[in-house]
Write a protein that binds this ligand. Structure first.
Ligand code: GDP
Ligand code: MN
Length: 393
């Protein structure tokens, strides 16, 4: 689950990390109030940032500065409603604008291969890290933190020195450790600060002082761990998910869209992957991974079918069910129901084995479904049906 910048920043603040103050505004009026508050409190300018779940908002014109309340209103008005990479901006973050001296990159992410947390830092901040990784891979510093112990002080210091942050060592160490602590506290997959910035803070009557602060924040949480954290699910942004992803989640289906033409409906993740492999071996391309789960009842099957058919690229469907807790006849009923409601007629090959397979077979035969006994046969028939569809069109 991806968090909006403002929510991500709240988690960082809760872990004691330095983040400039902010407000979230849904309207130009709310932006006016927020801007007035920050300007009255002594900010020279305010920054207004689109809250959308995509990167590169700055380049897309979604991050702007304003020097007065009126200008802030104009800017907020221009950003609200803006389309950034297919996402409509529904709210903006308003905060005192930072005077940036230098931008850095610092992120913590799960490194599955290393079974740990990877801390990545770079003195080339503000730009996309992928670009840095390509053009200048040596500019990225990597350290692995133990998932149980977190980032150790000496590791944090090594990263800070390597990034050229020795003048801000104490802050840099605290932030590096804080990113890893944030990951562990919320079961995050990624906590990314880009830019981490040295900024100038003006104090009345004195010399400006340099501070290291988190200017941007990107956090993604492990969906499977959300149940462990009260209150985090509420941070889910309805715009975060593609409509089909939301539909699948709400129906309790595990659905991942792929690029092929053969829709797959399977129970169990392992069987779903095997089915995809066999479709590939038979010369086809799966259109999705879909696990309807154990004990799937007919309404769930019908739901899954709608989801598969909502992809216009699908021209054949392979149903592969191994009945254990899931009863074959339930699935067959679901398929018959689904086909009756189906807006689009797509050839379907069904293989149901296990619990109540005989009852399922009788139902399917009566309803004139194309069936298969083995998985190889099912895959071959589905691929042939998909080819036939291509040849006909
Ligand atoms: P992103 O483009 O979606 O990653 O949004 P960011 O929050 O990272 O902002 C993009 C860029 O805008 C940053 O790299 C900064 O250069 C600039 N920026 C963001 N906030 C401020 C600010 O408070 N003051 C100034 N002067 N520039 C800012
Ligand atoms: Mn950024």
């Amino acid at each position: 689950m991806k968090l909006q910048e403002a929510d991500a920043k709240s988690l960082l603040v809760a872990q004691g990390l330095p983040v400039p103050d902010w407000s979230v505004a849904h309207t130009a009026d709310e932006a006016r109030d927020a801007a007035r508050r920050f300007l009255d409190a002594g900010a020279g300018k305010v920054v207004i940032k689109a809250q959308v779940l995509v990167g590169g908002r700055g380049k897309a014109g979604g991050v702007k500065l304003a020097s007065s309340v009126d200008e802030a209103v104009d800017v907020a008005q221009s950003i609200l409603g803006m389309d950034i990479k297919g996402m409509t901006v529904r709210k903006v973050l308003v905060g005192p604008a930072a005077e940036i001296v230098k931008e850095f990159y610092l992120a913590a992410l799960v490194d599955r291969a290393e079974r740990g947390i990877l801390l990545m830092g770079s003195a080339e901040g503000g730009v996309e890290i992928e670009a840095v990784a390509e053009a200048n891979p040596d500019a990225i510093i990597r350290r692995h933190a133990d998932p149980a112990l977190g980032l150790l002080d000496f590791q944090a210091r090594e990263v800070a020195f390597a990034m050229g942050l020795e003048k801000h060592l104490k802050a840099a160490v605290a932030i590096a450790k804080g990113l890893v602590a944030t990951m562990r506290a919320y079961d995050a997959d990624l906590v990314e600060i880009n830019p981490l910035a040295i900024v100038l803070e003006r104090v009345p009557g004195g010399e400006p002082i340099e501070r290291l602060v988190c200017l941007d924040a990107k956090v993604t949480l492990d969906d499977s761990a959300l149940a462990r954290h009260a209150g985090l699910e509420e941070l889910r942004d309805p715009d975060e998910e593609a409509p089909e992803d939301r539909e699948a989640r709400e129906a309790g289906l595990t659905f991942i869209k792929l690029d092929g033409t053969i829709g797959c409906m399977v129970n169990g993740a392992g069987l779903a992957m095997t089915t995809m492999d066999l479709v590939k071996r038979a010369g086809g391309e799966p259109a999705n991974f879909l696990d309807i789960g154990g004990g799937a009842r007919s309404d769930k099957v019908a739901h899954a079918m709608q989801l598969i058919l909502s992809d216009p690229k699908v021209d054949a469907i392979l149903v592969n069910i191994f009945g254990g807790i899931t009863r074959g006849d339930e699935v067959a009923h679901g398929l018959i129901e689904a086909r009756a409601q189906q807006a689009r007629d797509v050839p379907m090959v069904v293989r149901i084995v296990g619990t109540n397979a005989a009852e399922a077979a009788a139902l399917l035969e009566e309803a004139h479904f194309q069936t298969a006994g083995t998985l190889d046969e099912a895959a071959e028939k589905a691929v042939a049906a998909s080819r036939g569809a291509v040849a006909r069109s």
